[in-house]
Design a protein around this ligand. Sequence first.
Ligand code: HEC
Length: 123
Amino acid sequence: MRQIWRACWIGVVVVWAVGVPAAEGGDPAIGEPLYERYCAACHGINGRGNGPAAAALRPQPIDMTEPVWQQGVSDDYLRRIIRDGGTAVGRSPQMAPWGFALDDQGLDDMVAYIRTLGEDAAR
Ligand code: HEC
C-alpha cells in the first residue's frame, strides 16, 4: 500500500514539474534541443553568450541568464527577434532570422526554454 502511495506522489510531482509551462503554450523540454542545435554556437550552451562562434561577433550576444535582461524583454519581443532576426528589431544582422526553422509552436517552445535559462541563474 505504501508503495502505491509513493508511486502516486512521484506521478504528481512529475506532472507538476513537466506540466507547468514557463511561457504560454511553450514547452521548454522541446525548446532545449532546438536551442542546442540552432543557437548554442553563438549564445553558448547555457545562454551566457559565450558559444564557440561568439568571439568573432560584434556586438556579442548578451548573457541570457541575467535576471535584469530576462525581466526587460517580453515574450513577444523574443518571438519577433528569433523569427525575423536582429534587423527586424533594430539589432545586429548577425542575429539571423530563424522563422524558416521554427514554426509558431517552435517559437513558443524556444521562448519557454530561454525563460528557464534565467531560472537556472537564480538558483
Ligand atoms: C551566428 C550567431 C548567432 C546564432 C546562431 C543565433 N544568434 Fe541570437 N544573437 C546573435 C547576436 C550577435 C545577437 C546580438 C544582437 C545585437 O545585440 O544587436 C543576438 C541576439 C539575440 C537575442 C536578443 C538579445 C537581446 O539583447 O535583446 C535573442 C533573444 C536571441 N539572439 C536568440 C537566439 C535564438 C533563440 C537563436 C537560435 C534559434 C539564436 N539567437 C541564434 C547571434 C546569434
